[in-house]
Design a protein around this ligand. Structure first.
Ligand SMILES: Nc1nc2c(c(=O)[nH]1)N[C@H]1C(S)=C(S)[C@@H](COP(=O)(O)O)O[C@H]1N2
Ligand SMILES: [Mo]
Length: 362
């Protein structure tokens, strides 16, 4: 095959390709997870993620050209080959789903968007890669780190950047509006409005409480030293009078802009007699009836909203009624639904990351 021999002449040394893939995959996982969880501002991270992903695609072309003959001939398989093949398939699926989502595509599978599939495939690739490395890892030698390798791999990186820019242009021409987080307007994905109107109900695996009786529900507002108190639904409504136009942006890849009405959390704390002005008052934790919870730094929490209504209609059960946290600029998973407790804390709550994944399982 003329094409493949030309490809082989262009290729950096095998181990340079392999190590470049390893470094690129680690970068893709890091940038992807940091952006997706909202750990760091996503704008630059998502760009890096896209560029690195496309560079991996280029590197894989060299890699696949090199190993094709060995893989296609069953006689040359060893014990580790099936894992390698599986890794190749999962990696390609992760790349294809990521690019497809990036240019505005979505093929939902049940409740899962193509972005969910992309994240799932990316995470699935990690353990498979580790098994593959156990069998195949070779340390790089001096010759792999040549000028030629560096130039060729650098060239791939430049090509990845250009293709990423191109894909952004394609999305712009198609009129798809993707946020910095990678999320798209609900209207692109579901039969709903993006501004106002209905939007999807999204809850984690088992986080699915019975509808809450507003006559029985109470909200506990707690300070650090036993100060604070309980509020009935009527008290909360009486205190409500604030509004935030804010974007709910779910890690499944959709966003919606709504007019959220309710009580400013700072006013709620003040009204309950909780003193947030002390040196020790650093975090506010919002706890759901299901145990699901999230905490925000006190200054940010004071400006957040405990929402009881959207556009004049009281909050539906699915969206967290009687009351849910609206934390502008935070990812959707941090907007705790069915809040029953707002408490001041000295420390953040690292366990909340785990709790959001498993809450609801008894
Ligand atoms: N208690 C609780 N709050 C929750 C969730 C949950 O599963 N349980 N899901 C979160 C996620 S992932 C998102 S995107 C938003 C979704 O809000 P919605 O269902 O009103 O669209 O709520 C967040 N708050
Ligand atoms: Mo979400």
């Amino acid at each position: 095959m003329r094409g493949s021999s030309r490809l082989r002449r262009l290729a950096p040394p095998p181990r340079a390709v392999d190590w470049a893939i390893l470094v690129a995959v680690a970068s893709a996982v890091a940038t992807g997870l940091l952006a997706w969880t909202g750990w760091l501002p996503p704008a630059l991270l998502v760009d890096l993620h896209g560029v690195v992903g496309l560079t991996i695609a280029g590197l894989l072309v060299f890699k696949f050209a090199r190993v094709a003959r060995r893989v296609l001939d069953r006689g040359q398989w060893d014990r580790a080959t099936p894992i390698s093949v599986l890794l190749g398939i999962v990696a390609v699926a992760a790349l294809v789903s990521g690019v497809f989502w990036g240019v505005g595509g979505n093929v939902p599978i049940g409740p899962w968007t193509t972005l969910n599939a992309h994240v799932g495939l990316g995470l699935l690739a990690i353990p498979i890669l580790l098994v593959h490395l156990r069998a195949r890892l070779r340390l790089p030698s001096r010759t792999d780190a040549s000028r030629r390798s560096a130039l060729r791999i650098g060239g791939l990186l430049v090509a990845g950047t250009l293709v990423w820019r191109l894909s952004e242009a394609v999305t712009a021409v198609r009129g798809v509006t993707i946020r910095d987080t990678g999320s798209k307007p609900t209207g692109e994905l579901y039969d709903t409005e993006t501004e106002g109107g209905s939007f999807p109900v999204t809850s984690w695996v088992a986080d699915d409480p019975e509808p809450i009786d507003r006559a029985e529900w109470t909200l506990t507002v707690a300070g650090l030293d036993g100060d604070g108190g309980e509020m009935a639904y009527g008290d909360l409504l009486a205190a409500a009078g604030d509004e935030r136009r804010a974007t709910l942006d779910c890690t499944s890849g959709w966003y919606t802009i709504q007019n959220w009405e309710g009580v400013r959390v700072g006013d709620l704390l003040d009204e309950a007699g909780v003193d947030t002005g002390t040196e020790e008052a650093r975090w506010v934790r919002f706890v759901s009836v299901t145990g699901y919870r999230w905490s925000l730094p006190v200054a940010e929490a004071r400006e957040a909203l405990l929402s009881t209504a959207i556009d004049g209609s009281r909050l539906a059960h699915g969206h967290g009624g009687p009351a849910r946290l609206v934390a502008p600029e935070r990812r959707g998973f941090q907007w705790v639904k069915w809040v029953e407790r707002v408490e001041l804390r000295r420390d953040p709550d690292p366990a909340q990351w785990a709790v959001t994944l498993v809450s609801g399982f008894d």
